[in-house]
Design a protein around this ligand. Structure first.
Ligand code: GDG
Length: 483
């Protein structure tokens, strides 16, 4: 039976190790949440880094971790501490991540990190090579592994390779800044199918290929000397039913069984029934626009005093990449602004911001999505943004207002949301006011359209579309070579 491999930097599991026990939990993150449901419905094996330093473990612990991973159909690529620093925190997150999100000022150009990036991509290729029995298709994910498609193609020319980029692909003028731009593009072109979230990212990629390598391009096909590479956009969906069902379930629970967070929200609402809860959820990342969001919220409180005691911002910032300087600095900045706003606008029993710096269990996340009336999602740049989609999917009665940045890939499919420019404080504040005042029938009308779309193009449809296109590419290629 043919098998297919999913490859990503991180495995979709979090491993906890104590003296006598090994725990394996699903991990947080767009890719992990999305692909987990897909992986289960196919005969697939997932290869990636487990997040555990195997050098720190005893032999028997290594065995236990590997067998726990095997049960989850996962195989680990083991990275040393140095590789994590140079390849993951380094080239991936200090070069590619800021550059592809247009944060040019944060980009580092370190040859040592680039060398480690190449070495680790090769390490992935080696582990893949050990697991190739019966494999006819490979699906590689994301910016950590841009060189991997070519490495595999060279060794296994008959295997069909798909690659999906979860972050934006920047415009050529930005991409060309990278000293290793040609190697990166060549690496990606090892794939038979390249997928992006939006047409714009696809277009930017095509433009880079044309200008840097001069290959012939025919609409969305790139003609290499001996192969064709297809490029297309596949806007990633979510597991819609999972969010709807969890939200319905949460509502139905008896008081005793409700989560603490839901009880607290309901208790607060009973005390202050005029309260509107505004939800903000993301990893603490400079691309997500937390600072501008807080400043816009402050501007709102300043300029619309009539709402000061009627609005609560529930701010969930999930710790992320704490080894990278900018993330630590940003954490201090967020702490400071939250402190300033609460210091200025709190009364004895009310704080305008409830701030959580942690990750919450899935059930709590759904409680927040379901209970809060407004979601404020203001990234400066974001490949897609699944939180926006999950918020809408969790609205069981169709009520709720999504305020969404035009810089998120999701805005292309969610024009019924209130779309804002994340750098325009006044516009965001105005959107908050509009959201508070929006009549219920208008909310339901907008969300019904959004929900229909999200339900139809869900995560499974996204993955099957990608995999079907991959099969088609193979057929086309065979015809092209036969000519
Ligand atoms: C990258 C791209 C693209 C968040 N907090 C908690 C939690 N989450 C889950 C959400 C959601 C996921 O994490 C975040 O996904 P996003 O898409 O919003 O953002 P990134 O992590 O940056 O993902 C992004 C994505 O890849 C997919 O291609 O959309 O543009 O940057 O699923 O539910 N989950 C739990 N607790 C939390 O506290 N359980």
């Amino acid at each position: 039976m043919s098998r297919f491999l999913i490859i990503s930097n991180r495995l979709p599991v979090q491993i906890s190790i104590s003296e006598n026990d090994i725990g394996v939990e699903p991990s947080v993150g767009g890719l992990a949440t999305g692909m987990m449901s897909v992986s289960k419905s196919f005969n697939s094996l997932w290869i990636g880094w487990s997040g555990v330093d195997f050098n720190e473990l005893t032999n028997s612990q290594v065995k236990k971790v590997n067998s726990a991973l095997k049960k989850e159909k996962c195989v680990s690529v083991n990275l040393t501490q140095e590789e994590v620093e140079l390849y993951y925190e380094g080239f991936s997150n200090k070069t590619i991540w800021p550059l592809f999100h247009y944060f040019n000022q944060f980009v580092e150009y370190e040859d040592e990190q680039w060398q480690a990036y190449k070495r680790v991509n090769q390490k992935f290729a080696d582990v893949i090579a050990e697991n190739m029995e019966g494999v006819d298709k490979i699906w590689i994910h994301d910016y950590h592994l841009l060189l991997l498609p070519q490495m595999i193609k060279e060794k296994f020319p008959d295997v069909t390779i798909g690659f999906f980029l979860h972050i934006p692909f920047p415009s050529y003028e930005l991409f060309r800044i990278l000293p290793w731009r040609n190697e990166i593009i060549q690496g990606m072109l090892g794939a038979d199918l390249l997928g992006f979230h939006t047409f714009d990212y696809e277009r930017h990629f095509m433009s880079a290929v044309r200008r840097l390598l001069g290959y012939d391009i025919n609409i969305n096909e790139i003609h290499l000397p001996k192969r064709i590479v297809k490029v297309d956009n596949f806007p990633m969906g979510i597991d819609y039913d999972k969010f709807q069902d969890a939200a319905l379930d949460s509502q139905k629970r008896s008081v005793r069984d409700k989560s603490e967070i839901r009880k607290e929200l309901e208790r607060y609402y009973l005390l202050y029934p005029e309260t509107k809860f505004v939800l903000s959820i993301d990893r603490l990342d400079y691309t997500k626009g937390l600072i501008n969001r807080l400043e816009a919220f402050e501007y709102f409180l300043e300029n619309y005093p009539e709402y000061r005691n009627k609005i609560t911002l529930v701010l969930l910032a999930v710790p992320s990449r704490i080894g990278v300087d900018q993330y630590q600095q940003m954490k201090s900045e967020v702490d400071e602004i939250v402190g300033r706003i609460n210091g200025t606008y709190s009364s004895i029993n009310r704080n305008p911001i409830w701030y959580f710096y942690r990750s919450l269990p899935f059930e709590n996340l759904v409680d927040l999505y379901n209970y809060c009336e407004i979601a404020l999602i203001t990234p400066i740049r974001d490949g897609m943004n699944l939180v926006a989609k999950e918020f809408i999917a969790s609205k069981t009665d169709g009520r709720g207002v999504l305020i969404l940045s035009e810089m998120a890939g999701a805005s292309k499919e969610m024009s019924e949301a209130l779309i804002i420019n994340p750098n325009d404080r006044a516009q965001i504040a105005e959107a908050i006011k509009r959201a508070i005042e929006m009549p219920l029938d208008e909310q339901i009308e907008r969300n019904t359209v959004l929900q229909k779309r999200l339900k139809r193009y869900n995560i499974e449809k996204w993955a099957t579309d990608f995999l079907n296109s991959l099969d088609k590419v193979l057929q086309n290629e065979q015809q092209y070579l036969a000519k």
